[in-house]
Design a protein around this ligand. Structure first.
Ligand SMILES: *Cc1c(COP(=O)(O)O)cnc(C)c1O
Length: 391
């Protein structure tokens, strides 16, 4: 007779021997881009607090006021009793910031992507999905029940041909990250809009890593590439550049009305805590009033890419704070990350299945608390690792 779950040890074993085992870390976030990890103070280049807002005194003060006024959790979904004046204010600010009619909040960015795609796309539709899209977009596509076609963002000719062939569907959709989370590059949104318009498709984009950072006003990649009016649905997260938590969709009143009524990850999940809404409102105000934060991050990342390439590292083209260093094997990647931690820098070691086989990488994220000296120290440490390992 088989014992329940007795297959797990055998399933776990290859992960451990293949360098693919995930260790839970316990990291204490500190102010000014630092963190404490295993008893040591390290520069945190593994998070997504791009604008250094998670410890911003104005944000913390806003949270404190809100928690005293309205408590910790709201203990109900938005449509029941969980939507407060703080939620309403955040929705209005997000809509105004984006120049859109309306916004709807979700518990997380993951929930926003999953719930929005599943609510808009039906089983008679076809979705064209970039191969490097974030897991929550892929999961949303699967949940929708639509026919799924995967394309590489370098192969738009193939996408055009596939769009041309797709005639037996009710609607066509193109779903893409605007800045890719593991690659750090930007989707060719202009070309995608041209294709979508030529073939009657609608575009859904996830601005998780571009909102607050790219574009003159910080609205994201669609603003930077001047295609905002051509994108049907814009999704973002409050958990990265804004340093808070929660997902959102901005767009027409019809779009958000539909999502209020049909997006299950919003309807059947508790609304965001009030202090989180207050934090996001305060952070968004800083994004709007202090453009130098985002500019410095974009410039620092550009500089880091150039310096790493000068040392011979494989750094993909990109824009914004995500700087991957592709090392290939998971073991090398873990080894390099451990070496950097020794030198005082916490960076992420990204391995399959998060990225394709053979493309394990360090994922370095630059933030507004970084200095030129930090980057110099980091590059020096990676160079010394290269020398020690003879690669
Ligand atoms: C992090 C991330 C999300 C999920 O956002 P959360 O708010 O953390 O749930 C969605 N899309 C992309 C591209 C991301 O990198």
């Amino acid at each position: 007779m088989s014992v329940p779950l007795d297959w797990l040890p055998d399933a776990i074993e290859p992960l451990k021997t293949g360098g693919l085992w995930r260790h839970r870390r316990c990291v204490t976030p500190l102010a000014d881009g630092w963190c404490e990890y295993e008893g040591r103070k390290l520069k945190n280049l593994a998070g997504n607090d791009y604008l250094n807002l998670a410890h911003e005194p104005r944000v913390i003060a806003a949270m404190r006021d809100a928690v005293e006024a309205a408590g910790s959790g709201v203990t109900a979904s938005a449509l029941v009793s969980g939507r407060t004046p703080w939620h309403q204010r955040l929705e209005e600010d997000l809509a105004r910031f984006h120049g859109e009619e309306s916004a709807v909040l979700f518990p997380t960015g993951y929930a926003a992507n999953l719930g929005t795609i599943a609510a808009l796309v039906g089983s008679d539709d076809v979705i064209f999905c970039d191969r490097m899209n974030h897991a929550c977009l892929v999961d949303g596509c699967r949940l929708s029940g639509a026919k799924l076609r995967i394309y590489r963002h370098t192969e738009l000719d193939r996408l055009a041909a596939e769009l041309q062939k797709a005639t037996d569907f009710q609607r066509k959709w193109i779903v893409t990250d605007s800045v890719f989370s593991m690659e750090g590059d930007i989707a060719p949104l202009g070309e995608l809009c041209d294709l979508a318009e030529a073939h009657g498709a609608s575009i859904i984009i996830d601005e998780a890593h571009a909102f607050g950072l790219l574009g003159e006003q910080g609205r994201g990649a669609a603003e930077l590439l001047n295609v905002e009016s051509r994108i049907a649905v814009r999704i973002g997260t409050l958990s990265k550049a804004l340093g808070a938590l929660g997902g959102f969709v901005v767009g027409s009143q019809d779009l958000t009305d539909w999502l209020w009524n049909r997006a299950r990850t919003q309807m059947f999940s508790t609304a965001l805590p009030v202090p989180i809404c207050a934090a996001a409102v305060a952070a968004l105000e800083i994004v709007a009033s202090e453009p130098d934060r985002r500019r410095s991050v974009v410039l620092l990342a550009e500089d880091l890419r150039a310096r790493l390439r000068d040392c011979g590292f494989d750094v993909p083209a990109g824009i914004g704070p995500i700087v991957p260093v592709i090392l290939g094997s998971p073991e090398w990647t873990l080894d390099a990350a451990a070496h950097l931690a020794e030198a005082g820098y916490l960076v992420a070691a990204i391995r399959p299945p998060t990225v394709p086989q053979g493309t394990s990488r360090l994922r370095i994220t630059v933030n507004a608390a970084c200095t030129e000296q930090d980057l110099t120290g980091l590059v020096t440490a990676l160079e010394s690792w290269q020398v020690v390992r003879g690669c």
